[in-house]
Ligand binder design. Structure first.
Ligand code: AQP
Length: 337
């Protein structure tokens, strides 16, 4: 099918309740921008979420909450397709085909699995967690996505997607678009506020190291003010020598659209306290309406569910076509002759 716009696809897990600042700056901001230039598909990946144990009632609530936060961030259901992954069964169906194309050794090399399974212990880590990246391959290929907006931590999974698309195309004939990662260099990795050598993450960060967008704004402001920096006073972007200040400058620059050299000039001789105080005010100004918009969507679950049902319908139309093509190429008999 000829497309007049490139396709984009990305997914986010409904696992933590609130999204954090890393999710927003690393990925969701790009989702919003790409609605303007791409035929964009965004999905709340509940199938991925159950690779670790989930309480059913919480998972259901968090799926709506994730969708509400995406809409509050600026996704417009008239300009993109927003849906819940489990509403489109083709994801699991193509996931199986991709499982059968992936080498066991190849899957074993995925660093995110190695990290997460090491934390949980081999006996508690599920086979689902092991095959997580392969389901992600199916998510992307089903929509013939050209670009996948993600944070840096997902680069290896997008490489696997490219490898499997090439492998399938080589073995069965041209079927899938080979996607490219869409990672914004400046914000691809937002760091933990207490340990600016690790990424801000719901599983690895301490409560003081992570800014949850739905927290009380004054709690988030306090976290910015007590972010770990260094013993100097000079405000300069230097990721190696000054990771804490560099992380704050990145956050400041992205939230305000001010270039980092301009911030360095503006804060010359002013010390870290001034930068932290002003950044905390900027954050409060940004999260306050975000929280309100999220609450408005949640207050009307009927409308939210309608948006998601319509999104699933649009997504299925594309996914079913790709799955039928892939099934045919693999050699499955058609269900309807
Ligand atoms: N710190 C980050 N900087 C930039 N981008 C980030 N992302 C996550 N953390 C950062 C990006 O957010 C998107 C959604 O990711 P997800 O649904 O897979 O959430 P996650 O990766 O599970 O989030 P966490 O906090 O990183 O969870 P854990 O600790 O469980 O691994 C992705 O595009 C991701 O790159």
């Amino acid at each position: 099918m000829a497309l007049d716009r490139p396709r984009a696809l990305s997914g986010i897990q409904p696992t933590a309740g609130s999204f954090h600042l890393g999710n927003y700056l690393g990925a969701i901001r790009q989702y919003v921008a790409l609605q303007e230039t791409h035929d964009a598909f965004y999905t709340v990946v509940d199938l991925h979420a159950i690779t670790v144990p989930q309480d059913p009632a919480e998972l259901r609530a968090n799926s709506r909450l994730a969708a509400a936060q995406l809409l509050a961030s600026g996704l417009d259901p008239d300009r993109c397709t927003l849906f819940i992954q489990s509403h489109v069964p083709e994801h699991a169906q193509l996931g199986w085909v991709m499982n059968c194309l992936t080498g066991f050794g190849e899957a074993s090399r995925m660093t995110q699995f190695k990290d997460k399974s090491a934390k949980q212990g081999a006996d508690r880590a599920t086979v689902g967690l092991f095959t997580y990246p392969i389901l992600q391959v199916a998510d992307i290929l089903l929509y013939q996505a050209n670009h996948v907006p993600v944070g840096e931590d997902q680069r290896q999974h997008i490489e696997l997607t490219r490898d499997l698309a090439d492998r399938f195309n080589g073995r069965f004939g041209e079927t899938f678009t080979v996607p490219a990662p869409y990672i914004v260099k400046e914000t691809g990795k937002i760091y933990d506020l207490q340990d600016p050598t690790i990424k801000m993450s719901k599983s690895a960060s301490t409560p003081k190291g992570i800014v949850n967008l739905l927290d009380e704004p004054k709690v988030s402001a306090k976290k910015i003010k007590s972010a770990v920096t260094d013993l100097e006073t000079e405000i300069r972007f230097d990721e190696e020598k000054k990771p804490g200040i560099s992380n704050l400058l990145t956050i400041y620059s992205t939230l305000t659209g001010t270039a980092i050299p301009e911030l360095e000039r503006r804060y010359e001789g002013k010390g870290y306290g001034a930068l932290k105080t002003e950044l905390s005010e900027i954050l409060v100004e940004w999260v306050t309406p975000f929280r309100e918009r999220t609450q408005e969507y949640l207050a009307d679950p009927g409308t939210l569910d309608k948006i998601l049902a319509k999104g699933a319908e649009k997504a299925r139309a594309v996914a079913a076509e790709t799955l039928a093509l892939a099934y045919d190429k693999v050699g499955f008999l058609p269900a309807k002759p």
